[in-house]
Design a protein around this ligand. Structure first.
Ligand SMILES: [Fe+2]
Ligand SMILES: [Fe+2]
Length: 223
């Protein structure tokens, strides 16, 4: 290296302020580039993190998903109860007997055992999570009301079928079908929008799974 250049190089090492404007400019570009690269990486990783959170949210099932799925399985039949209130005007006695007892079978064979399993397993877990022994008392009252209306509906249908299509008795069936469907759908909404989020915030997926397994065996016991 020529002596002058060697001296400049030594002085640059010894004194960084002595770097040439050209070198300073390159240094600035390098630093800016590193900063930009750093910023880009930070942005990329934050986007990636956000995507993972979003993907994770989509992929993560809520702990209470099994009971929400059970409700989704029951709701079409509850809606059929409501529809029957309108459609039965077109049914002859045989069709009315088939359709209305099919509804009773659903209510007694699937809906009420679902409610009983909730009272044995789900509601105590919610009471505990809320730290209040009576937290689900109003929901148990809903179940009692639903159960007594199902029993009353069975009796009203039986009487109506004896004299089908008697206007007064048919009207009683219509009123009861319609009211029962409304009460059940409202009850499901209360469970899904108010009670289940409490468990979602308190239970892990594994704890919830154990709870729903207990519900399933209770369900089998009641159906
Ligand atoms: Fe319920
Ligand atoms: Fe339910």
């Amino acid at each position: 290296m020529p002596p002058l250049q060697a001296a400049a190089s030594r002085s640059a090492v010894a004194n960084p302020d002595s770097v040439t404007p050209h070198r300073r400019y390159r240094g600035f570009l390098n630093a800016a580039g590193v900063r930009l690269l750093g910023f880009g990486l930070a942005f990329w990783s934050s986007t990636r993190a956000t995507n993972n959170v979003v993907k994770g949210f989509n992929m993560t099932t809520r702990p209470t998903e099994p009971i929400r799925a059970e409700h989704r399985g029951l709701i079409p039949d509850v809606e059929a109860v409501d529809r029957a209130a309108i459609e039965l005007a077109h049914w002859n006695q045989e069709a009315a007997s088939d359709r209305l007892f099919h509804i009773i079978d659903f209510l007694e064979g699937r809906l009420l055992p679902h409610a009983a399993a909730e009272e044995s397993v789900l509601y105590p877990a919610i009471d505990e999570a809320m730290g209040a022994a009576n937290a689900t008392a109003t929901m148990r009252v809903d179940h009692d009301e639903i159960a007594s209306r199902v029993q009353h509906l069975r009796e009203t249908i039986t009487k109506a079928l004896d004299v089908w299509p008697d206007a007064e008795r048919t009207a009683a069936v219509v009123r009861q079908l319609s009211a029962l469907a409304a009460i059940i759908l409202l009850h499901f909404r209360k469970e899904e929008e108010v009670l289940l989020p409490i468990l979602d915030s308190k239970l892990t997926v594994d704890e919830a799974e154990a709870l729903f397994e207990a519900m399933d065996s209770d369900h089998a016991h009641h159906s």
